[in-house]
Ligand binder design. Structure first.
Ligand SMILES: Cc1ncc(C[n+]2csc(CCOP(=O)(O)OP(=O)(O)O)c2C)c(N)n1
Ligand SMILES: [Mg+2]
Length: 304
């Protein structure tokens, strides 16, 4: 097993702020968690020699917002039937999910060093039987949203207030199963379901526009009966507000188009399709860590 570079082998574990925290304090808390998650994740991918760092960095602000401020779930309630559910449908960014789960205490931080190693539970695609906090096995694109619809329907049948969230890739939306699932969710009036699209305009090897253009995604989702909203997927305050809000249209599922950049915010990765599953060299790792302010103590602000 390749050990993590010692200086990055630990990460402060974040919790949830209390109800007295202001929106600005919550946003700052999530922002710091996302910074720590990126520092750890890029280090893990470098040492594993594989991973999907571009899609990881596209999604980390959404993941940190969900676990740091939105989902009603803690390491103590991870098996509670009344917990909120989160499904990572774009399962190729398993590294981002594991690092987020570690950042919020669901997984020992030291386990991250085993990512993709033989016999590790931290496989390239998340497995619910191996990792506490993972709700479904995903990786084959187009499965997470249909599973989430089933869970949201179950919650409704239980008369439970628990909410269900699912993160899908934009390229993933080319899979027809998503549209069948959205049609069903709208037909069933699943207002407890929130679909978040990681709208980075890139997939594997090309743009979504050049591969199979999604066209006017907001109009399409609305035509399928969902309440649609759009947000900057790297703006923590905006993400907290949108993901904590009641359904956009009462009685309908919510469809959040989170505008993101693959590889964000690293200068040489951002919006560069090559970083779908490229592995940073030692020099690129150092550059990325510098840009993330990795030598800055946890919780401190950039001074420049
Ligand atoms: C059914 C299926 N087909 C192909 C793949 C291979 N694959 C993994 S990631 C990916 C691109 C996904 O693009 P997108 O959904 O936009 O994700 P992101 O840009 O956030 O990485 C593809 C084609 C897969 N995992 N599942
Ligand atoms: Mg994409």
């Amino acid at each position: 097993m390749t050990a993590l570079a010692p200086e990055h082998a630990t990460m402060p574990v974040a919790g949830r702020l209390g109800p007295e925290a202001s929106p600005a304090e919550v946003a700052a808390h999530v922002a710091e968690a996302a910074r720590q998650i990126r520092i750890q994740d890029v280090t893990v991918v470098h040492h594993a020699g594989a991973g999907h760092i571009g899609g990881d960095f596209s999604a980390i602000d959404v993941l940190a917002t969900l676990y740091g401020a939105v989902l009603r779930i803690t390491p103590e309630t991870v098996d509670d039937p009344e917990r909120d559910r989160f499904f990572l449908s774009k399962g190729h960014v398993a590294g981002a999910l594991y690092t987020t789960l570690a950042a919020f205490g669901f997984l020992p931080v030291a386990d991250l060093a085993t990512f993709l190693k033989p016999l590790s539970a931290l496989n390239g695609h998340p497995n619910r039987r191996k990792v506490s906090g993972v709700e479904a096995n995903t990786g084959p694109l187009g499965h997470g949203l249909p599973v989430a619809v089933g869970h949201a329907l179950a919650a409704r049948l239980d008369g439970s207030p628990r909410r269900t969230f699912v993160l899908v890739g934009d390229g993933e939306l080319q899979e027809g199963s998503n549209w069948e699932a959205m049609m069903t969710a709208a037909h069933q009036g699943l207002e407890n379901l929130t679909v978040i699209v990681d709208r980075n305009h890139l997939q594997q090897g090309a743009t979504t526009e050049d591969t199979n253009d999604l066209g006017d995604l907001a109009a399409k989702a609305a035509a399928f009966g969902l309440g649609v909203t759009e947000v900057d997927g790297h703006d923590h305050a905006a993400l907290v507000a949108v993901l904590s809000a009641p359904p956009v249209v009462p009685g309908r599922p919510t469809f959040v188009i989170a505008h993101t950049h693959k590889g964000h915010p690293i200068s040489f990765m951002s919006d560069n399709v090559a970083w779908h599953h490229k592995v940073p060299s030692a020099a690129q790792l150092e550059q990325a860590l510098t840009e993330l302010g990795a030598d800055r103590p946890a919780g401190t602000k950039e001074t420049s």
